[in-house]
Design a binder for this molecule. Sequence first.
Ligand SMILES: [Zn+2]
Length: 232
Amino acid sequence: MLLKSLREEVLEANLELVRRGLVLYTFGNASGISRKDGLIAIKPSGVPYETMSAEHMVITNLDGGIVEGDLRPSSDLATHLEIYRQFPNVGGVAHTHSEFATSWAQARRPIPCFGTTHADYFHGEVPVTSPLTAEQIATDYEKNTGIAICRHFANLDPDAVPAVLVAGHGPFCWGPNTTAAAHNAVILETVARMAYYVLTIASDAQPIPSDLRDKHFFRKHGVNAYYGQEKS
Ligand SMILES: [Zn+2]
């Protein structure tokens, strides 16, 4: 069996999304990539989580061709592939319809950076993609969703903002590996919920100043990071 440890990580990330309440039934999907092999492991489509195992993960190449597996891959595979192709540092992708992040996506409003919890993970607002055209929906819908995501990051660093809200749909999150992508999806949901509460308490609330945002983001990310324990 190919990519045993990647399969296990991808399975675990998918289960984590369920445990954290981000996924109902079989909505949502997580995947991971082995850049060295050019292969992706992704959740199969429509398999109940209770019986899902690492063997069920589907291995595909970067063109979506199935390399190993009897099951159909998640129907959002083409969106994941586009993210892997365009964002070279991404090692894992997680997609959910989690309640608060999806509500922002449906309202087509970016999530403002109201506090340091947000700034610890996302350097600035979490953006919303432009809606797809009728033609983009009719043909290659999932791929066009991925293209819309990547187009939005033409002037934005996907490593600094590892999440996006797809207009009228829901969040896609990513990270250096699948575990990090799922973690970012959990944090995004929390940040989305808190932002909703902030605007409920004070409808004129403003994002935190850029110096506080930068302090929190860069103490955890990048060359000058100092949060946590030193990595050996
Ligand atoms: Zn979806």
